[in-house]
Design a protein around this ligand. Structure first.
Ligand code: NAD
Ligand code: GLY
Length: 369
């Protein structure tokens, strides 16, 4: 019999697609975390070459008690591999092992593995169940929750994908111990995001606890993951498919995605691009009257203290702002080529709106290194 469930959970309320996020240290080795999984003959763990040697054995052992067959496919590591070719390795493994339409996929890794596994689950035999087992801070606070799955296209980030909810999310906080410091900072970028868009009290808490977070103090990390998931759950439950409100979760992402695509995927981490993108989005908000300079300064100081870049990179030597604009037009929020930014309408309040190109150019010119 599995042990009683005694870890905190955050519930994602989506009618028949509802699920829980389990958050605690040691979940990979706990029976309770793996109770009540979807029934099937086989499971496929999707992971990568960095995470596999650290955690695949533990997950394989946990799942061996649940499924008759547990297979593992190890993908190359990196944002640069979040593409069709790598996605196909998951389908090769599924078909090679004779996996049927009940097979459960387990995404063991960061957001890259999670986004690709989710997309594979959405499309293999027109849909099989999957479970997110996020092992980066960024994946635990954001990418594993809410059902956005995708791969990149050379012309644009996350351009090919599907909305497809996992059956469960299992966040083992112990996995964060092995995370490189730069990746921890990248996760802090997405945590900070929740403050200015929705919860200024959380922003105050992050400021007060930044040193503890950077030192990976377990209680601080547990609270940051739980509060982030609660805010994301609240947004996603109201707007699963981003017809409106959910877009606020993309604060900083329009500029950030342009940085990632413009520099080449992987040059800057996603969380770094988002951190810098939030500074640019806050500056644009200030020019449109949403927030004042003191607020932008406060946010920028926090992002820098978290170890993230606040000066944007040069993407083009002759027309840098033009290159940003060109890249930002290829964004899922764009309508008829008009860029829609997530901007602040006051501290703790976000909205989606267009902005004059001249203003955007001025923000980029002033914000670039
Ligand atoms: P990532 O998946 O590339 O992981 C970062 C690095 O950490 C990788 O090298 C990985 O192998 C390594 N790693 C993972 N867990 C580790 C551990 N416990 N110990 C040591 N190393 C470990 O990057 P990420 O920051 O987790 O995710 C970024 C991706 O997530 C981007 O592609 C982004 O577009 C996507 N994303 C998706 C959503 C969504 O809603 N679906 C939201 C935010 C971001
Ligand atoms: N990370 C943005 C979203 O999930 O909508």
């Amino acid at each position: 019999m599995p042990k009683p469930i005694d870890y905190p959970t955050v519930h994602i309320a989506l009618a028949d697609r509802s699920y829980d996020i389990a958050i605690a240290a040691g979940l990979l080795g706990s029976d309770a975390a793996w109770a009540q999984l979807p029934r099937a003959h086989a499971a496929l763990i999707v992971t990568n070459s960095t995470v596999a040697p650290l955690y695949a054995k533990r997950l394989e052992q946990a799942l061996a008690g649940v499924y008759a067959q547990v297979h593992t496919v190890v993908l190359p590591d990196g944002e640069a591999y979040k593409n069709w070719e790598t996605l196909n390795l998951i389908f090769d493994a599924l078909l090679g092992h004779g996996c049927d339409r009940h097979t459960v996929l387990f995404a063991l890794g960061g957001g890259v593995v999670g986004d690709m596994t989710g997309f594979a689950a959405a499309s293999y035999m027109r849909g099989v169940p999957f479970v997110q087992v996020p092992t980066t801070l960024l994946a635990q606070v954001d990418s594993s929750v809410g059902g956005k799955t995708a791969i990149n296209h050379p012309l644009g980030k996350n351009m090919i994908g599907a909305f497809y909810q996992p059956e469960r999310v299992v966040c083992d906080l112990d996995t964060l111990v092995t995370l490189p410091q730069r990746e921890l900072s990248a996760g802090l970028g997405e945590i900070i995001k929740y403050g200015p868009i929705a919860d200024m009290a959380f922003l105050d808490w992050i400021e007060a606890n930044l040193v503890a977070l950077l030192a990976r103090e377990p209680q601080a990390l547990a609270h940051a993951v739980q509060r982030s998931c609660e805010i994301k759950a609240w947004v996603v439950a109201q707007d699963e498919r981003e017809t409106g409100l959910r877009a606020i979760l993309n604060f900083g992402h329009t500029f950030g995605h342009a940085i990632e695509a413009g520099l080449g995927y992987g040059a800057w981490l996603h969380g770094e691009a988002v951190g810098c993108g939030m500074v640019l989005a806050a500056q644009l908000s200030r020019r449109l009257g949403g927030v004042d300079g003191a607020f932008v300064q406060r946010l920028s100081a926090l992002i820098a203290a978290a170890g993230l870049p606040v000066r944007a990179p040069l993407l083009d030597a002759t027309d840098n702002a033009g290159r940003y604009l060109e890249l930002m037009r290829i964004d899922k929020k764009s309508v008829g080529g008009e860029i829609r930014f997530v901007l602040l309408d006051g501290p703790g309040r976000a909205l989606v709106r267009a902005a004059p190109d001249a203003l955007v150019r001025a923000v980029i010119d002033a914000g670039c290194a």
